[in-house]
Design a binder for this molecule. Structure first.
Ligand SMILES: *Cc1c(COP(=O)(O)O)cnc(C)c1O
Length: 413
């Protein structure tokens, strides 16, 4: 097996199709034709492989699925229209009315809204627990718990949960552990190696890497035994689909019915992003580390939160999980909303936008944007105060990034 950087460029495509095209073509086709009615009937019956309709599968997207599965050490992957579509498909695929989710608090605000509000309307309840307490996960397991959900780096608190211990809790209760690995990407961390059963991604962020497409992915790591799980409809598929029963259940029912498929053009953008993911992550991480070090020393700025800083409470775990890197995102406190707005308005190179993992350094004021709908008490509990700014370190020269922050901070002092 080739190393990560090589697989990110070559896996899933060898150019023997499509006239030898060296990069993956965009198959802009909604549907696929058959010269014999009997052949099409066999594909519909699952007796032979083939494409039918792009809402179910598409040749460009298939290459992306193979590549992402390979890079996450998975057994298979389904690519979706967005990260939210991936998380919604997994939840809808595993749960029914009356079931419960255990999720860490301090996860992506859109996921909180999906769990706490949208799924609640369908009778699915979520209990949010402290990401740093595997005991709290264990204490909240009931006979209706259908999935445990965590993120590898929380957002915007930057907490890194103990994936191994939480996976032991899940294993003991025979519940799948779903890990959102958007912030780390497989270039830094493969949750399956630490016990995760299903990995989800917003490929919109670092995987696309250029802010040019929205996408998501679901990878089955092969760690969970669906044949022995508590999901009768998935277990029933094990006879035909074997270890791929969960993905087959999604592909042939949930994902197909919800309609959250990726556009082939967006799959192409994700494939292009993957080719440079490892190099870009190195630069995102080193720029974030240098910016964090500067902000720690800067008078007037406090609570610089970055797992790559040696005094951060998650430093050791970042070292162990991410090979000594701290990710591409950090937060700091400017002291008040006015000062935070002043810094954001004063930045010239860094852009004020709601995304992560773009080539441009990106800043946002979480309290008035991503978490604006949250009650003030909940924001406080999540550590999101009025002076907080979140930064996604871009790929620019670090001297220019630091200079940009220095001038913006100086302008409000
Ligand atoms: C952005 C994000 C999502 C949602 O993904 P979309 O592609 O925006 O739908 C989910 N989880 C995390 C950690 C994210 O950063």
């Amino acid at each position: 097996m080739t190393k990560f950087e090589t697989s990110a460029i070559h896996s899933g495509w060898n150019g023997t199709a499509a006239g030898g095209a060296a990069s993956v073509p965009v198959y802009r086709a909604s549907s696929y034709q058959y010269d014999r009615a009997a052949k099409m009937a066999d594909v519909f019956a699952g007796k032979s492989a083939g494409y039918i309709y792009t809402r179910i599968a598409n040749p460009t997207t298939t290459v992306l699925e193979a590549r992402l599965s390979h890079l996450e050490d998975g057994i298979g992957c389904i690519v979706t229209a967005s990260g939210m579509a991936a998380i919604a498909s997994v939840a809808m695929g595993l749960l029914r009315a009356g079931d419960q989710i255990i999720a860490s608090s301090g996860i992506f605000a859109g996921t909180v809204s999906l769990f706490a509000h949208t799924l609640d309307r369908f009778g699915i309840k979520t209990v949010f627990v402290n990401a740093d307490s595997p005991e709290e996960f264990a204490e909240n397991v009931t006979d209706r718990t259908g999935l445990i959900f965590i993120e590898t780096i929380g957002n915007p608190q930057m907490n890194i949960p103990d994936v191994e211990r939480i996976s032991q809790v899940a294993r003991q209760a025979n519940i799948p552990l779903v890990v959102d690995n958007t912030a780390a990407t497989p270039a830094l961390f493969r949750p399956g190696q630490f016990g995760a059963d299903v990995v989800v991604h917003s490929t919109t962020k670092f995987i696309n890497g250029h802010g040019t497409a929205i996408g998501g992915a679901i990878i089955d790591t092969g760690n969970y035994s669906w044949a022995k799980g508590n999901f009768a409809d998935i277990a029933r598929r094990c006879g035909k689909a074997g270890a791929l029963a969960f993905l087959s259940h999604l592909r042939n029912q949930i994902y197909r019915d919800l309609g959250g498929c990726a556009s082939p053009g967006d799959s192409f953008a994700m494939l292009q992003g993957l080719e440079t993911l490892a190099m870009r992550m190195d630069r995102h991480c080193s720029n974030a580390a240098k910016l964090a070090a500067y902000l720690v020393e800067r008078k007037g700025i406090d609570r610089v939160t970055y797992p790559g800083l040696s005094h951060n409470q998650f430093y050791r775990r970042a070292e162990r999980y991410f090979g000594g890197r701290g990710g591409g995102v950090l937060t700091f406190n400017a002291g008040s909303r006015d000062k935070a707005f002043g810094i954001i308005d004063g930045l010239q190179t860094a852009k004020n936008l709601a995304n992560l993992g773009t080539p441009q350094t990106a800043v946002i004021h979480p309290a008035s944007t991503l978490f604006a709908d949250f009650p003030a008490a909940q924001r406080r509990q999540l550590g999101i105060d009025e002076g907080m700014i979140r930064v996604s370190a871009g790929l620019e020269n670090i001297d220019d990034i630091i200079n940009d922050f220095e001038l913006a901070i100086k302008s409000i002092m």
